[in-house]
Design a binder for this molecule. Structure first.
Ligand code: BJ8
Length: 431
């Protein structure tokens, strides 16, 4: 156990320059530090190489922002996104930074509810509230936000968000026919044009090829981490793995991939030594469903506090983000954009209909992860995941997989009730 007092570093002058509500944000900073210390640093048998990711959290509102502002000052684009459909390779090819903006905190929801309806997804409200309340330095640093038309809550919120920060919208098809792929390719080209407009120069074939290789390396490192989690005893906790998957959306990709690989080297040694974070009799759970944006650690914390170990996240902050790579063989710009489009069309978000490949993917990841049960996680008011849950449940019943479905938000109100249900579920796994 790490006895060092953990703190998220403060950069009040920089926050002021970013036109933030500094006094309010500073309280959030202190709360994040306390929560992190309690949930993460108190874990037993943590891998030593988690130190880098602890530092990333410590500098989440400072060091990384400075790096991003340096890129911005050089005239390169800084793009905020909310969905894994936005092709970060194009931003990286332009020398810019692509930031997955957060929407995982209850603290910003009251700001959103001043204007948005209460009965929409907490992730959308949280994200909007961060901008409305001026309490996220990343939001303040971006040149523009690129939204998408995946779900109704998001696509209508972008119209309102545009009043606060330039917000462009990419149309994501809802089916996967040839004509949908053609539409998507055109949207990718428009996105590239927007990024080029901000950076003032065209993305070259060589730069795009380099960016594709780089982001593939990042996804490969995350794939390696996921494979290591399949060992029993699990060499890393689900909480730490989720944290790394969350950091993937805002860290510098080259460095991030290298650090994940260093961690994986350590985990490989642990596996060889039969060393894990929990005993090999601990119930192994796979979580599937809606993304858990930083700092949403609620369900992983409940599961692992109850003695389970989470071994997989079938989610966009999880395998849906990194299971597919872009073919690196493309030479011309057209070939590369076609390869990129093909890769992104494989994302099995519930906004697609039909989306049966997700059901197959869940079963495949269940088998590969060595999990003993699946917890389906749906954010409140997320209609597509909530309804698709029916098919996931039926598939699990068909395969005899222990299964629990929960629908929740970010508030602590249902924690007691969830705890009871989770404990019963873990007992079922244990029998
Ligand atoms: S590709 S999962 S990141 S859309 S949970 S905001 S769908 S109401 S997050 Fe997502 Fe892209 Fe799909 Fe992935 Fe709406 Fe549902 Fe909220 Fe959601």
């Amino acid at each position: 156990m790490n006895s060092k007092k953990f703190e998220v570093a403060a950069y009040p002058k920089m926050w002021e320059d970013l036109d933030m509500d500094v006094a309010r944000f500073d309280k959030a900073r202190l709360m994040l530090g306390e929560a992190y210390e309690k949930l993460f640093l108190s874990q037993a048998l943590r891998p030593e190489k988690m130190a880098y990711f602890d530092d990333m959290i410590s500098e989440i509102f400072g060091g990384r922002i400075k790096e991003i502002l340096t890129v911005k000052k050089s005239g390169k684009p800084v793009v905020g996104t909310f969905c894994v459909y936005i092709p970060e390779e194009i931003v990286v090819a332009a020398g810019g930074v692509c930031i997955g903006l957060c929407g995982g905190s209850p603290g910003s929801i009251p700001d959103a509810e001043k204007i948005l309806p209460r009965n929409i997804c907490p992730m959308v409200k949280s994200a909007y509230g961060f901008k409305a309340g001026r309490i996220c330095p990343y939001f303040q640093a971006v040149d523009f936000v690129y939204g998408e038309t995946t779900c109704d809550a998001k696509k209508k919120t972008w119209e309102i968000l545009d009043r606060l920060v330039p917000t462009y919208v990419m149309e994501i098809p809802q089916m996967k026919r040839a004509r949908d792929r053609a539409l998507w390719l055109e949207e990718v080209k428009d996105f590239k044009a927007k990024v080029e407009e901000i950076s003032g120069s065209a993305v070259s074939e060589d730069n795009l090829a380099g960016a594709i290789r780089l982001i593939n390396r990042k996804r490969l490192a995350l794939q390696r981490l996921t494979k290591l989690r399949a060992n029993n005893p699990a060499p890393i906790s689900g909480k730490d793995a989720l944290l790394i998957e969350q950091i993937a959306f805002y860290d510098e990709p080259e460095r991030f991939a290298a650090k994940v690989n260093e961690l994986c080297d350590e985990l490989e040694d642990r596996v060889k030594a039969g060393k894990g974070v929990a005993g090999d009799e601990s119930p192994r759970v796979m979580v599937s469903g809606t993304p858990m944006a930083l700092p949403n650690w609620k369900v992983h914390n409940l599961l692992e506090s109850a003695g389970a170990v989470v071994v997989n996240e079938e989610s966009c902050i999880g395998t849906r983000y990194f299971k597919d790579l872009i073919d690196e063989d493309g030479g011309s710009m057209d070939e590369q954009l076609a390869n990129l489009t093909d890769r992104y069309m494989q994302i099995d978000c519930s906004c697609f209909t039909p989306n049966d490949e997700r059901v197959d993917q869940v079963l495949q990841e269940y088998r590969q992860s060595g999990a003993q049960g699946i917890l389906h996680y749906s954010l409140q008011f997320c209609h597509t995941y909530n309804i698709e849950e029916i098919k996931i449940r039926e598939a699990c019943e068909g395969e005899g997989i222990p299964y629990l479905s929960i629908e929740t938000d970010y508030s602590p109100e249902d924690v007691g009730q969830l705890q009871t249900r989770i404990e019963a579920f873990l007992e079922q796994i244990g029998n």
